[in-house]
Design a protein. Sequence first.
Length: 150
Amino acid sequence: MPTDAVDHLQSFLALTVVGVILTAAFSAYTNSLTQSSEAIKLRDILHQVAAKATAALETLTEDNATVNVVLSLPLKIGNKDYWIRISNDSSYAWVEGGFGSPFTESEQDFRVYLPKNALASGTFEGEYQLAQISCVMNGSTPQLTLGRKE
């Protein structure tokens, strides 16, 4: 055991440094858990939207009817704003999303491809809660549109 004042002060400083290191480590771990759970939730929402879009495409091609699907989505994920966009290129259609400022390529976090190619367009911001997927035939090509339900 320390016997003089200098030894007590050195022990106190050493314990303080250890305490700061432990606090920083636990804080970083907690932030990491929060971010991973928010990312998992966003991925689940994108899979849900992609599943509904795929079901709408299947119904459209079988019945040749207009299909509207309304989804109730969370206002925020954790404390973060999120966005969803549905797009296509010449080969694929997909649903993508991310956190923060909407619709910037650099902030896109996830992309889920649809099994059928379609003309796809539209955006959705989480703050509106109700999303709508409209599916119609445009000639011989199905067309998907994502938007908010008003």
